[in-house]
Design a protein around this ligand. Structure first.
Ligand SMILES: [Zn+2]
Length: 254
C-alpha cells in the first residue's frame, strides 16, 4: 500500500524506488497547504524542511542524501556520484547550480524534481545502474532536457523505463501561438490540441526520440489544474502555489 498522499511507482523487477507526491499531507498553510516541497515559491522554509523530512521518512530515503536542483526551465543535466560504476558516492549534495535534470548511479542518493503543472519524469533501467529525475516543462522539452537525461544515464536504452508524473493536461493548458508553433516544430502537430499543448505527449515524444520503446513509457493519470484536492497548479492558482515532486532512487545495497 502507498504511504499517505504518495503515489508509489511500480518499477517492475528493477531495484529502484520511485514515487510522486501530492499536495497533502504536510505542515504548510495557505496557498502552500499542506505538503509543499518547493523552497523557492515563497513558503515558510521551516515548513518546507519539515515536509521534506516527513516525506523521506514515509518513503524511506535518507534526507541528508536527497538532491534538489535550482530548476530554471533549461536542459542542463547534473550527474551526482558515479553512473554505471560500483555505485560509490562521490559527489556533494549541494551547489549543483541551475539544472532541470539529475542523474545518479549511486545507491541511496534520492533525486527529487519539482513541478506545479510541468511534468516530472522519472527514469531508470532494469539493472538499476542509473536513475533520473527531470523537470520537463515546455521550454525544457524544446531544449531537449529529457533526451539529455537519457544520454547522461548511460544505460542501454532497451532496458530503460520512464514514467511521466502528474501535470497540467490540455483541458487546462491553453498557450500562445508561439509556444504551440515551437512545440509542433519539435514534437509534431499531434501534440497540439486546439489552443493547448499536451505536455505528456511531448514527454513521450522526447523519450521515444531518445530510444525508449512505447511500452517502456507510462503516464500517471490526472490533471494538476482540474484536481485541486490533490495537486498544486501554477496556472490554476495564479502563480502562488506549492510544488509536488517526483522522487527516484536506487536503494542502498547491503
Ligand atoms: Zn484540467
Amino acid at each position: 500500500m502507498s504511504p499517505d498522499g504518495v503515489m508509489v511507482v511500480d518499477p517492475g523487477s528493477a531495484p529502484v524506488r520511485a514515487a510522486f507526491t501530492t499536495r497533502h499531507p504536510g505542515r504548510s498553510v495557505g496557498a502552500f497547504a499542506s505538503g509543499n516541497l518547493g523552497s523557492a515559491c515563497g513558503d515558510d522554509p521551516d515548513a518546507v524542511r519539515a515536509n521534506r523530512v516527513a516525506l523521506s521518512s514515509r518513503l524511506g530515503f535518507d534526507p541528508d542524501r536527497a538532491v534538489t536542483l535550482d530548476q530554471v526551465h533549461g536542459s542542463a543535466v547534473v550527474t551526482i556520484g558515479r553512473v554505471g560504476g560500483d555505485g560509490a558516492f562521490t559527489g556533494a549534495m549541494t551547489g549543483f547550480g541551475d539544472a532541470d535534470a539529475a542523474v545518479t548511479g549511486a545507491p541511496g542518493v534520492a533525486l527529487l524534481a519539482m513541478g506545479a503543472d510541468c511534468p516530472v519524469v522519472l527514469a531508470w533501467d532494469a539493472g538499476g545502474l542509473a536513475v533520473a529525475a527531470v523537470h520537463a516543462g515546455w521550454r525544457g522539452l524544446i531544449g531537449g532536457v529529457l533526451e539529455a537525461a537519457v544520454v547522461a544515464m548511460g544505460s542501454p536504452v532497451t532496458s530503460m523505463r520512464a514514467v511521466i508524473g502528474p501535470h497540467v493536461r490540455p483541458c487546462c493548458y491553453p498557450v500562445g501561438q508561439e509556444v504551440r508553433a515551437g512545440i509542433a516544430t519539435r514534437f509534431g502537430p499531434d501534440v497540439v490540441r486546439g489552443a493547448s499543448v499536451d505536455l505528456g505527449a511531448c514527454c513521450e515524444g522526447a523519450l521515444l526520440a531518445a530510444g525508449l520503446s512505447p511500452g517502456a513509457i507510462a503516464r500517471v493519470p490526472g490533471c494538476t489544474a482540474c484536481d485541486q484536492d490533490r495537486f498544486f497548479s501554477y496556472r490554476r492558482d495564479g502563480g502562488e502555489t506549492g510544488r509536488q515532486a517526483g522522487v527516484v532512487w536506487l536503494p542502498a545495497r547491503g
